[in-house]
Design a protein around this ligand. Structure first.
Ligand code: CAA
Length: 276
């Protein structure tokens, strides 16, 4: 059986696809899955392949319908950008490093598939920023989040100053970024950074998988459009956001999935979404 669903292999990522759910683990456990250049390049390529997979999905039957993003080993989701690599960078190299990973985070947000961050252990700096670019975060009780860049004479560079305040509000984001303070899973859930806290890493992955399978049973086209609608609304005023919603709503009416979903409802039978 092809457990990669055409996603292939990577030096720094482990990928396994089961029942339409791709589990992607950043695989540098000895460095607490720090986001070295090689990891960023692999993540960029992974997202390109997922996008390619989606583009061909109406013909191939949607081999991947949801993604779980996690870290290999027991200690970390990702302990941040790679400090060893950053230490020798010039300002221009740092700018390129920042932009490369920011592009990955944007591509993840734009991917018309649900992506759930499964955080156990450390999600610090770039690790927290990567998790925040996913659709939502589930955490194990061991999870520790933070933006500790100020301890290194740095500032967040992979989207932390943008996404953290959208999730938890500007005052909480300022407090976390200016103090570099680490927070546990319970506090992260209380302030809206995390959707659910699930005990051990195994329990976390099982719960995330259950949610992914629930979403995978829906119209994949509608799921992608719904994700787009929520993202489009961010940062727009109400009138513009409502227009954006109506435009996505209109596109849903051009899909075979919408015709099937409504016909199945009216015929009182379960839908069989064609995925286009
Ligand atoms: N980059 C590179 N290597 C890292 C790393 C990182 N971010 N985090 C951990 N490692 C490496 C350590 O150097 C160590 O390697 P060696 O065994 O070869 O020495 C290995 O991972 C294990 O780490 P520790 O021995 O430090 O493990 P610990 O359990 O004692 O501490 C920790 C864990 C508290 C997470 C600590 O490793 C730590 O503070 N790491 C750095 C966290 C951090 O500051 N992250 C933000 C980086 S800046 C950033 O991300 C900028 C941005 O926004 C783009």
């Amino acid at each position: 059986m092809d457990t990669h669903a055409g996603l292939g292999r990577f030096d720094t990522l482990l990928v396994e696809v089961l029942d339409g759910v791709a589990t992607v683990s950043i695989n540098r456990p000895d460095a607490l899955n720090a986001l070295a250049r090689a990891v960023i390049d692999d993540l960029a390529e992974l997202v390109r392949r997922l996008r390619h997979n989606v583009n061909h999905a109406p013909d191939t039957g949607w081999p991947v319908r949801a993604v779980l993003l996690t870290g290999a080993g027991e200690k970390a989701f990702a302990a941040g950008a790679d400090v060893r690599e950053m230490a020798g960078m010039t300002p221009e190299q740092a700018f390129d490093y920042s932009r490369s990973m920011q592009e990955v985070t944007l591509a993840l947000e734009e991917l018309p598939l649900p992506v759930i961050a499964c955080v156990h252990g450390y999600a610090l700096g770039g690790g927290c920023e990567l998790a925040m670019a996913c659709d939502f975060i589930y955490a194990s009780s061991s999870a520790a989040f933070g933006q500790p860049e100020v301890d290194l004479g740095l500032v967040p560079g992979f989207g932390g100053s943008v996404r953290l305040q959208r999730l938890v509000g500007p005052a909480r984001a300022r407090e976390l970024i200016l103090t570099g303070r680490r927070i546990g899973a319970e506090e992260a859930e209380r302030i809206g950074l995390v959707n659910a806290v699930l005990g051990s890493k195994e329990e976390l992955l099982a719960a995330a998988r259950a949610t992914a399978l629930k979403i995978a049973a829906k119209s994949p086209v509608a799921v992608g459009l719904a994700k787009e609608a929520v993202r489009t609304a961010q940062g727009l005023d109400t009138a513009a956001a409502l227009q954006g919603e109506a435009a996505v709503f209109r596109r849903a009416f051009g899909t075979a999935d919408m015709r099937e979903g409504t016909a199945a409802f009216l015929a009182r039978r379960p839908p069989e979404f064609p995925g286009r």
